[in-house]
Design a protein around this ligand. Structure first.
Ligand code: SF4
Length: 166
């Protein structure tokens, strides 16, 4: 993994801004808080949040388009979560998972385009806001997806065939 990471670092054209940096930003009712592995700056002055992944699996290209974690990074950055490193009004140039685990020979960079370049630039911010609003409510909508495979309450979930029992 270290060899793959060093290979990524040494071949990366963007400028390193910060590593393992904590940030926090309020977006509507949501507070985005956490630590990111790397922040990099591209030649146009845009910032890219990098998340190093050490597992063997990697999301598909289609999943990257609406990858919630990568989208939340971009929203947090544009809301000033890392203002000490990026300034108060930074422009997101995207975000990326960098896969250094598994048996691959080289690190695999999996980018998500900048929100401003997306067909729906507000998708990630809407997701953050809607999630916070939903968590503050007294009802929770069961949304079926791949995450159901490891859900501990699947047998009691009304959205699943096995949970739809009297
Ligand atoms: S099984 Fe039901 S409760 Fe569990 S993650 Fe899926 S939709 Fe949500």
């Amino acid at each position: 993994m270290l060899r793959r990471y060093v290979g990524y670092r040494d071949s990366n054209a963007r400028q390193l801004v910060a590593v393992e940096i904590s940030g926090r930003a309020d977006v509507g009712r949501a507070r985005l808080s956490g630590q990111v592995d790397r922040i990099e700056r591209d030649a146009d002055g845009g910032f890219v949040v990098i998340d190093l992944k050490t597992g063997a699996s990697a999301p598909s290209k289609v999943d990257l388009l609406r990858h919630p974690q990568l989208g939340a990074y971009q929203v947090a950055l544009e809301h000033g979560a890392f203002r000490d490193e990026t300034g108060a009004e930074p422009m997101s140039a995207g975000s990326a998972l960098v896969q250094i685990g598994g048996t691959r020979i080289k690190a695999l960079s999996q980018p998500q385009v900048a929100l401003s370049m997306d067909d729906e630039p507000d998708w990630a911010e809407n997701l953050v806001r809607d999630t916070a609003d939903g968590m503050a409510g007294d009802r929770f909508l069961a949304k079926v997806g791949s995450h159901c495979n490891t859900c501990p309450v699947r047998l009691a979930c009304p959205a699943q065939p096995e949970g739809d029992r009297e």
